[in-house]
Design a protein around this ligand. Structure first.
Ligand SMILES: [Zn+2]
Length: 895
């Protein structure tokens, strides 16, 4: 899985926590004790007395002296551990009958075969919709006397044996993880959402071959992990059978069906198919060959590096509009967010790189995660870090013009720091008692910090030993499961270092080391009060004559080196390697605030920017000084990745950290810098980068009028093609600036859409931009109803505009209720939604009173879930820092 800011259509009602007893007496009869709704015709209602009698007759009940405790909601580690030890030879045979109308239920049939090593306990299957959705359950051919408890089906041991068992279930599938839309649907079962749809053992270490049949409208196409075996058309329906898969866990099982177009290509003797819903045929043609090539080159590279051929037979991928993540690595059927694969003409170089990385990332998962899977989701970071790590290696040769060291720095360090610097940070490897909390493990620490740590591992081991260790890990555990410690053990055999100790600091501790520098003439001292964080860094030392790189191993409280001459500045992060909170010495800070743009090497400049940003956030650099540096640097900066970084920092400084007076004063110069950037940029991607920054930062009347002329197509920007999403974004930015013709602009933009998915999204977001506060209030109020939160990326976009800095005073009243909704958001939403919800809410705010609201909320919530508390503390970090800067700016200056 690849994290992305986009989220999901999440349906309501997971049925968790239900406590029903269901007894099935014939394959067509279902009874549910607590069911309040009338039973359908043909069903027999049994009174509670009969029910109790039936239970008493059940042999397992009669001879057990103590009743088994009921399984708790979700998938508890204890349950998973017990099942992994006792369930063997597992196979699923599933079929689903999918109606065209998203409102009609999906009917399913599951045949689950397995043996047990121990038959002392009842068997617990997972199925969140509960007894109400079960039509029949038979165990080894006989009607089961099962119980339905807390989203589980409990089957008495008496119905099972230690040999081969078969449980057959006829059920109505839960919609919560089926993402049903008009004309298409797709599953998304990560991390443990398969059992929201069908009965299974929903844990990563019970891998099984899956056989699947889908019955869908005959004008739909469909795709799953296995190759298509057969199809039978009957009237307006078609039944498609898929070949049995290799052993895979439930979270990797997937299918999609609906109105999709299919593009097919051959690469290296392998047929690949791309399913998509893009209406712009030219856009598909423009992108398709590159997308197939990127997959082919990724697979070829991975086969070579791992020494193991792609293990899952056929290879398809599905581009889904508004997909929750950038991608999801279902073997044989990768799902992607369509927008991250089909690029606009105006795509920036970074977007092209991101696409290549996303494809390489998902392809890497075919080995790291799919072939060898983590035993439990506490090690989910492992598959993500390897996918990222491999992706970086794969993408590099395909982009020879790119500075990859700089790219690694900029794609990992700022994001990792954005969490690791906050009070809400956590270790890479976390405890996880229940999979219903697994979603909250994902985030920058896994996706961005872990790759930095992995690169350190490669530095201290050497690339060859790491590759050898990984090959032996993939071979030893293929089609099975392994933990991080299994790998550490394999690598530890290949080095004299104490890898276990190194892993404890970097993988099992939260936060980052603090390092400060002191300079005494030619003598340089690095002070790291907590010496457990060992790392090998490249320090950059600058003097009037030259720049020099010093490799330094930080492993003591004080590390000292000598330069040939007294340095003008020392940048411990200058080689783009060091990770931590680095406080510069005063002289180096002053030097960089003046001369950063003159540094020759783009990597050094990037590292210096990242470091100065931390200094700004820690209050050692003033926002005005930082903004001034950014505006001086931009005209000189020609490396696109650095331009993007600086623009991002400048925008944040402008909106969040500059005092209001200073913002107004700097605005004309800021806009002028951006417009010169657009005019000067030699590539269309650089133009697009500058234009996008201009669009979101413009505040002067002249600037806004220019933006409006561009949106009205009255003024063209030479060399810049603006697509539908660009125009939509311009319309929204004009609206949030309350230009007089806002209602007409929004209406006209609605009419311009050719793509129905984008139009629907725009219509959803529109009320959040209304000039009428009552309409905005209503937009926010409606979000308290889960039915209005199904399109999570749309919700996040609307919420971000609602809380836009230009409307922060009117929208502060939404902060508290948004916090109050967070628990519900977590219960009903997909895994990144709580984080996206909070960032969309707090991103626009910077006042003391909104910071107080967040602190007050946290202080009141005594037993608040720790993971949600962390999310709040992470998303409020810039708000707290903006508040601290305001306090400091009112204090008398020290200088
Ligand atoms: Zn991933």
């Amino acid at each position: 899985m690849w994290r992305c800011k986009v989220i999901n259509p999440c349906p309501s009602g997971r049925g968790m926590g239900e406590d029903r007893i269901g007894v099935v007496t014939s394959t067509l009869t279902r009874r549910s004790q607590s069911s309040r709704r009338p039973l359908p015709v043909g069903e027999v209602r049994i009174g509670i007395i009969l029910l109790v009698m039936l239970m008493l007759l059940e042999p397992g009940c009669m001879n057990s002296s103590r009743p088994e405790p009921d399984p708790t909601p979700g998938i508890a580690l204890t349950l998973a551990t017990e099942r992994a030890q006792t369930v063997n030879n597992l196979r699923y045979d599933l079929s689903f009958d999918i109606p065209a109308a998203a409102s009609e239920p999906v009917q399913g049939h599951a045949s689950i075969r397995f043996s047990r090593t121990n038959n002392d306990h009842p068997l617990v299957l997972d199925f969140a919709p509960g007894a109400e959705s079960l039509t029949s359950v038979t165990t080894n051919g006989k009607t089961s006397q099962f119980r339905s408890v807390n989203g589980h089906i409990v089957i008495p041991a008496s119905e099972l044996s230690t040999g081969q068992n078969t449980v057959q279930l006829v059920f109505r599938a839960g919609d919560a993880s089926l993402n049903r839309n008009p004309d298409f649907m797709y599953t998304l079962f990560v991390p443990a959402r398969a059992h929201l749809a069908f009965p299974c053992f929903d844990q990563p270490d019970l891998k099984a071959p899956f056989s699947l049949a889908l019955n869908v409208p005959s004008d739909w196409v469909s795709v799953s992990n296995g190759a298509e075996l057969s199809r039978e058309t009957s009237g307006d329906r078609v039944k498609i059978r898929y070949a049995e898969t290799q052993p895979i866990p439930t979270y990797l099982f997937a299918f999609a069906a609906g109105k999709f177009q299919v593009e097919t290509a051959e690469r290296d003797g392998r047929t690949m198919r791309m399913f998509h819903r893009e209406t712009d045929a030219e856009k598909v043609q423009r992108n398709r060959d590159a997308v197939f090539d990127l997959h082919a080159s990724s697979l070829a590279w991975l086969e070579k590096y791992t020494g193991i051929p792609y293990a899952f037979g056929k290879f398809d991928f599905v581009l889904i509009p508004s997909f929750q993540f950038g991608g999801m690595e279902h073997p044989g059927a990768i799902f992607y967010n369509a927008a991250s694969i089909l690029m606009e003409k105006s795509a920036t170089e970074n977007q092209m790189l991101n696409r290549a990385s996303t494809i390489a990332h998902e392809s890497s998962h075919m080995w790291f995660g799919d072939l060898v899977t983590m035993r439990w989701f506490n090690d989910v970071w492992m598959k993500e870090v390897f996918a990222n790590f491999m992706a970086a290696k794969i993408v590099n040769p395909a982009f020879p013009n790119v500075n990859h060291e700089l790219r690694f720095l900029l794609s990992n360090y700022p994001a990792a720091y954005s969490v690791d610097r906050t009070q809400g940070t956590h270790p890479i490897r976390q405890e996880l008692e229940n999979l219903n909390e697994a979603g909250s493990l994902y985030g920058a620490i896994i996706y961005e910090k872990a790759p930095v740590v992995m690169r350190q591992l490669e530095r201290i081991l050497g690339p060859d030993k790491l590759q050898e260790g990984l090959q032996s890990y993939l071979t030893q555990f293929q089609f099975g499961n392994a933990t991080w410690l299994d790998l550490v053990h394999l690598l530890d055999e290949r080095t004299d270092l104490d890898l276990a100790a190194w892993s404890r600091a970097w993988v099992e501790e939260a936060g980052r080391p603090s390092v400060s520098t002191e300079i005494q003439g030619k003598h340089i001292i690095f002070i790291q009060p907590d010496a457990r964080w060992i790392q090998q860094i490249d320090v950059l030392i600058g003097s009037a004559e030259r720049l020099k790189t010093f490799p330094v191993q930080l492993q003591k409280e004080k590390t000292e080196i000598d330069s040939d001459t007294p340095p003008q500045f020392v940048l411990p992060t200058g080689g783009g390697v060091a990770y931590g909170d680095f406080a510069l010495d005063e002289g180096s800070r002053t030097f960089l605030l003046k001369h950063l743009p003159d540094l020759k090497d783009p990597l050094t400049r990037g590292a210096a920017w990242v470091t100065l940003w931390e200094e700004l956030l820690d209050g050692r650099v003033q926002p005005q000084d930082f903004m001034d540096l950014a505006l001086r640097a931009l005209p000189q900066e020609n490396t696109e990745q650095n331009v993007q970084l600086i623009l991002g920092y400048a925008e944040s400084t402008f909106w969040s950290f500059l005092p209001d007076m200073a913002r107004g004063a700097v605005a004309p110069r800021f806009e002028q810098t951006l417009r010169s950037g657009i005019a000067r940029a030699s590539s269309s991607t650089m133009k697009a980068t500058y234009f996008s920054a201009f669009r979101s930062s413009v505040t002067t009347p002249e600037g806004i009028a220019f933006l409006e002329r561009v949106w009205r197509r009255q003024e063209k920007i030479p060399g810049l093609m603006l697509g539908e999403p660009d125009e939509a974004a311009m319309a929204l930015e004009l609206a949030v600036r309350s230009v007089p013709s806002t209602p007409a602009i929004l209406q006209e933009q609605r009419g311009r859409f050719m793509n129905p998915d984008r139009k629907a999204r725009f219509e959803f977001v529109m009320p959040a931009l209304s000039g009428d506060p009552a309409v905005r209030d209503k937009f926010f109020e409606d979000l308290s109803d889960v039915r209005n939160r199904r399109r999570e990326p749309w919700v996040a976009e609307g919420l971000a505009y609602l809380n836009h800095p230009l409307r922060r005073q009117q929208s502060e009243k939404y902060v508290r209720p948004a916090l109050e909704l967070l628990r519900q958001i977590q219960r009903t939403g997909d895994i990144f939604f709580p984080t996206n919800w909070m960032y969309a809410t707090l991103g626009g705010h910077n006042s003391h009173s909104s910071a107080e609201t967040v602190r007050g909320f946290l202080a009141e919530q005594k037993d608040y879930p720790i993971r949600l508390r962390r999310i709040i503390l992470q998303s409020a970090d810039e708000l707290f820092r903006a508040e601290a800067m305001q306090v400091r700016s009112r204090l008398p200056s020290r200088s």
